[in-house]
Design a protein around this ligand. Structure first.
Ligand SMILES: O=P(O)(O)OC[C@H]1O[C@](O)(COP(=O)(O)O)[C@@H](O)[C@@H]1O
Ligand SMILES: [Mg+2]
Ligand SMILES: [Mg+2]
Length: 322
């Protein structure tokens, strides 16, 4: 089986980017180990603190963030980091050529039930003019990403990654510690009969998404004349993995409860990397009003509504917004 290095070389990734990705993944392997120890290592449960977004931090959120921060800072390749668990950007090497944004542990409420969780990341070039503590350089649209992916800590530890030449799936071989290519150039089926949305929020949605989901649920008796199934992992990383593997649509729409907050999921380290993976696999990533990867971020923790998945289904959902 092909190793990660060979695939990255074949995809034309520059050496420094390959080294950065390998460093980042070394951190993820450590997270994978800590996660797998669970209660034995005393890493489950919550801390007494909240992150800048008002969410209670789990112990594993804090541990995973620290592992990635330390690993990337020491590498020398990175000028600055932005993370879900950091209030502001973390300055690294002033000579570093890259910026990394990450959600160190996505779906962390799943840690207590031994269910799917993962790390999501995106990488862009660091502008020469940038000072390492300047957040403005992170405010680039997703089209500027040079690599993005996630590591899924499931029954096996898997990596989905793109450097802009297709989306590939790798599996961590724990016997020698390397990621091996297990499915190259994955293609998301264009059509689907599966959706993922937290319907407990339905009463807070806007009309277009209300109407769309009503039509899905109406099944063969409704205008779609087709039955749909629903899945919800409660970890974006798990839901997106399923959609990448067998198609579907994942949506986290705008919620009227707080009109100032455009969605739940964060652009830099949740929506953008997933949109890049999805597009590179032939799917789509949209807000309902335009391509996710073209949204110009205004701050590092900016939120956006997301529609991600099978091309024809995302197009269908978008048509309700017109
Ligand atoms: O089930 P809910 O409460 O709607 O939230 C689920 C969503 O929240 C998230 O867990 C947010 O991510 P974090 O765990 O990194 O905060 C997504 O992964 C997931 O899609
Ligand atoms: Mg998350
Ligand atoms: Mg998280």
């Amino acid at each position: 089986m092909k190793r990660l290095n060979s695939q990255l070389q074949q995809d034309g990734a520059p050496l420094e980017l390959i080294l950065l990705i390998r460093t980042l993944l070394a951190g993820c392997k450590e997270i994978s180990f800590r996660v797998s120890q669970g209660a034995l290592a005393g890493v489950l449960g919550s801390t007494l603190s909240e992150n800048v977004q008002g969410e209670t931090q789990k112990k594993l959120d804090v541990i995973s963030n620290q592992i990635l921060k330390d690993t990337l800072r020491e590498s020398g390749y990175v000028k600055a980091i932005s993370s879900e668990e950091e209030d502001t950007v973390v300055p690294c090497n002033p000579e570093g050529n890259y910026l990394v944004s990450f959600d160190p542990l996505d779906g962390s409420s799943n840690t207590e039930i031994n269910s799917l969780i993962g790390t999501i990341f995106s990488i862009t070039h660091a502008p020469q003019w940038m000072k390492p503590d300047d957040p403005s350089a992170f405010l680039q649209p997703g089209t500027q990403m040079v690599a993005a992916g996630y590591v899924l800590y499931g029954p096996s530890t898997m990596l989905a990654m793109t450097t802009g030449r297709g989306t590939h799936l790798y599996t961590l071989d724990k016997t020698h510690g390397g990621f091996l290519l297990t499915e190259g150039n994955i293609k998301v089926p264009e059509d689907t009969a599966e959706f993922a949305i937290n319907t407990s929020n339905q009463r807070h949605w806007e009309e277009p998404i209300q109407n769309y989901v009503t039509d899905l649920i109406a099944g063969t008796e409704g205008p779609r004349e087709k039955d749909f199934n629903m899945r919800w992992v409660a970890a974006m990383v798990g839901d997106i993995h399923r959609v990448l593997c067998r198609g579907g649509i994942f949506a986290y729409p705008f919620d009227k409860r707080n009109p100032k907050v455009p969605g739940k999921l964060r652009l830099l380290y949740e929506a953008n990397p997933m949109a890049f993976l999805m597009e590179q696999a032939g799917g789509l990533g949209d807000t309902g009003h335009g391509r996710i990867m073209e949204v110009m971020p205004e701050e590092i923790h900016q939120r956006v509504p997301v529609l991600l998945g099978s091309k024809n289904e995302v197009e269908m959902c978008k048509s309700y917004y017109k």
